[in-house]
Every structure is written in C-alpha cells, then in structure tokens.
Design a protein around this ligand. Structure first.
Ligand SMILES: C[S@@+](CC[C@H](N)C(=O)[O-])C[C@H]1O[C@@H](n2cnc3c(N)ncnc32)[C@H](O)[C@@H]1O
Length: 263
C-alpha cells in the first residue's frame, strides 16, 4: 500500500501551512473543521482533492495542505517524551546501519520518533519502555504515520531494560535513555557478533561513562559524534546563515561487538 499520488483521504493526517509558515497536523474527518483565528476550513474541502491542496478559510486566509514528510510529522506529532530531532534521526539511521529485515532492540521508545524512522527503513523493532502511556502514544504515532502493516514489525514491551534483555541474536541495540552504561553488558549478551550498539545522550559526561562501560563489556570501534545543522536565509542576493540555530541536542555514540577472532 502506498499513498504516493493518491488523493487525500478521510482518516489521514495532513499538514496545514499558513502564509506565515505556521504548521499544524490535522487528521481529516468527514464533516470536521480546521479552526484558526481566521475562521475555519471544512475538512470536506480537502478530502478527495489531489495532493497538494490550496484552500481558503471562511475569513479568507490561505492554507497549503500537504502530506507531512516524516521530519515534519515528528516535529508536530503528539509527544509524551521529548523526541529525537530529524537532524539526529537521519545520521542515527546510518550509524546503526538500519536496512530492511534488521532486528533492532530499542529503549526507551518515548514518543516513537526513532521507532518510526527505523521502521520506515524496514527494521523489525522490539521496544522496551518503562511507561505504559508513552508506549501507547508511540504506537499510536507510528500507526498514524506509517502504513498499517508496519504493526507486524513493531512490538513494545513495558519493562526496564536495566534489568536485562531477554532477546538474543540481535543485530542492533539502539538507546535513548539516561543511563545506557547500565545496558552495555546486557547488550553484549543479546547482540550477535558484528552487532551494533548506538546511544543518544545529551551530556558529554554521560558519553564518557558510556565509553568506559562499552570497553569493559567487549565493544570495540566506539565513536561519538555531534551533528550540527545551520539553516541559511536565502532571499535574492541576501544570502547568509540564519541568526539562530539549535546549539545542542545530543551526542551519538556507536560501537560494535566483534568478539574474539574466529568466534
Ligand atoms: C527521551 S525518551 C525517548 C524518545 C524517543 N527516542 C523518541 O524519539 O521519541 C526516553 C524514554 O526512555 C524511557 N526509559 C527511561 N529509562 C528506561 C529504562 N530503564 N527502560 C526502558 N525505558 C526507559 C522513558 O520512559 C522515556 O520514554
């Protein structure tokens, strides 16, 4: 199933963009209305029209209606926990070397932004999450953005990964939680030789502690990177970096379980 080129359908989530580039995710429902300070747009005006729609509110405001990209969706979807931002999600996908069929253990799943990214690249994702409400929100976000058959590749268990990992022969362990060093030993038992460990962490002191635990647990080739993204203002000949940029989000650490030669 693909939504490429298909007209907008009831039940699908679309992005309304106003003339000042303010964006809102809206799930289209028959008879529904998108209300703003500038009146409203009936959802029925959008349902059935081909992608892209240009619509007007009852008070004359213009909106562009598009299918959100995953980056747009992640920034606007309902959050329980803080999401990983698109600038880090892209590199994470390559550092973890995610491809169709790869078996990933992810913890915690939070709002599901990272789950969604890996699922869309074809991974089978088993998530461990402490909070039931976050797990439900993540599953709802994933189902709302990806095609329904993705549910076959996404399972979330309510449990504490610091207590251990039951799965074995995993290809990847991908973490976004406060004390990943407490997972290093469990990950070393759960990953197959050649498996990859990736962790997202906001503070460099945490990164240092993680590297020590990775060394002690038999991981090698450990590296940490930080991704900086600077937007540019381009208007005619006025071309310069944006005055503001996101100064810091997190550090991405990746390492591999190699095992003894010949193991
Ligand atoms: C920052 S959020 C993850 C956000 C997620 N990467 C995303 O992009 O939406 C961290 C999550 O880890 C969960 N968590 C913290 N410690 C955990 C543990 N020991 N085992 C499982 N989940 C844990 C928290 O409940 C929270 O949902």
């Amino acid at each position: 199933v693909t939504q490429l080129g298909r007209p907008f359908r009831a039940g699908e989530t679309v992005l309304f963009v106003d003339s000042k580039d303010r964006r809102n995710l809206i799930t289209l429902t028959p008879g529904g209305e998108y209300h703003t300070h500038a009146g409203f747009v009936p959802h029925d005006v959008v349902i059935g029209t081909p992608e892209v729609a240009r619509v007007q509110s009852t008070l004359g405001a213009n909106y562009l209606v598009v299918r959100p990209t995953m980056a747009e969706y992640v920034l606007k979807m309902k959050r329980g926990a803080q999401v990983i931002y698109p600038k880090d999600l892209g590199p994470l996908l390559l550092l973890a070397d995610i491809f169709p069929g790869v078996n990933v253990l992810e913890a915690g799943v939070g709002s599901g932004a990272l789950s969604m990214t890996m699922l869309r690249a074809g991974a089978n994702v088993l998530g461990y999450e402490l909070r039931e409400d976050f797990a439900e929100n993540a599953k709802t976000n994933v189902r709302a953005f990806l095609e329904p058959d993705v549910a076959e590749r996404y399972r979330v268990e309510i449990r504490d990964i610091y207590d251990g990992i039951d799965a074995t022969d995993l290809d990847r362990v991908v973490l976004d939680l406060p004390e990943p060093w407490r997972v290093a030993k469990h990950a070393a038992s759960a990953l197959r030789a050649g498996g990859i460990f990736v962790s997202y962490l906001p503070s460099i002191m945490q990164v240092s502690q993680l590297h020590e635990a990775l060394d002690e647990s038999g991981f090698e080739m450990a590296e940490t990177i930080e991704v900086m993204q600077r937007g540019w203002h381009v208007a005619g000949r006025a071309v310069r970096p944006n005055h503001r940029m996101v100064g810091h989000t997190g550090f991405l650490t990746h390492a591999r379980l190699l095992g003894a030669v010949g193991d």
